[in-house]
Design a protein around this ligand. Structure first.
Ligand code: ATP
Ligand code: MG
Length: 175
């Protein structure tokens, strides 16, 4: 059964848990047979565990739109803009195609913050959202206008992170 009332959720802030909260939601939704599409902005590294996990979930798909390296916040490359544009187009097509119940736009907030995606384009996408589709937008630095427009906003606040004492990203925990 499709979603009765699709809303807009934002997970932002500087603490850990934004992407994993969205993945947790995908896991829960898959248990009800809901169809979830995860669009990852600025991610192209093939080692993320979720790339493999989704192959076990028949109603969940994931597409990465990014390079392997990090995007420089002040000096993105021309291909970073192009990949972000394709990611947004992927999200739009999934949203309007009638086949997907929940779309997760992972790290879109960072892409907005860095100017890889324009805020007017983003707000336009939100205006086009069909009533039965849920959108989940993750990433640091979500702009104020997005927070205003969203139905649910959660801020992950960093109180402590092992990175601060030089513990490197761990397989299965951070990726
Ligand atoms: P996760 O993917 O673990 O849910 P996230 O989506 O909240 O984390 P991002 O802002 O996307 O985190 O950051 C990317 C990477 O940085 C992740 O591997 C994450 O675990 C790590 N990270 C998150 N918060 C912090 C922090 N406060 N300090 C250092 N690294 C962090
Ligand atoms: Mg994240």
């Amino acid at each position: 059964m499709p979603l009765q009332c699709g809303l807009i959720q934002v997970y932002t802030g500087d603490g850990k848990g934004k992407t994993t909260a969205a993945l947790g939601l995908a896991l829960r939704a898959a248990g009800h047979g809901l169809r979830v599409h995860i669009v990852q902005f600025m991610k192209g590294w093939p080692e993320y565990g979720e790339l493999r996990s989704v192959t076990f979930l028949p109603t969940v798909t994931l597409r990465q739109h990014g390079r392997k390296g990090f995007v420089h916040p002040k000096k993105p490359l021309p291909q970073d803009y192009e990949m972000a544009r394709k990611a947004l187009e992927d999200a739009r097509q999934s949203m309007l195609g009638g086949e997907i119940d929940i779309i997760i736009l992972d790290e879109i907030n960072n892409a907005l913050d860095m100017g890889l995606v324009g805020l007017p384009e983003m707000l336009e996408l939100l205006e086009e959202k069909p009533a039965h589709v849920e959108l989940v937008l993750t990433g640091r630095g979500a702009p104020a206008q997005l927070l205003e427009r969203a139905d649910l906003v959660t801020e992950m606040r960093c109180i402590k992170h092992p990175f601060q004492r030089k513990v490197e990203a761990r397989r299965g925990i951070e990726y």
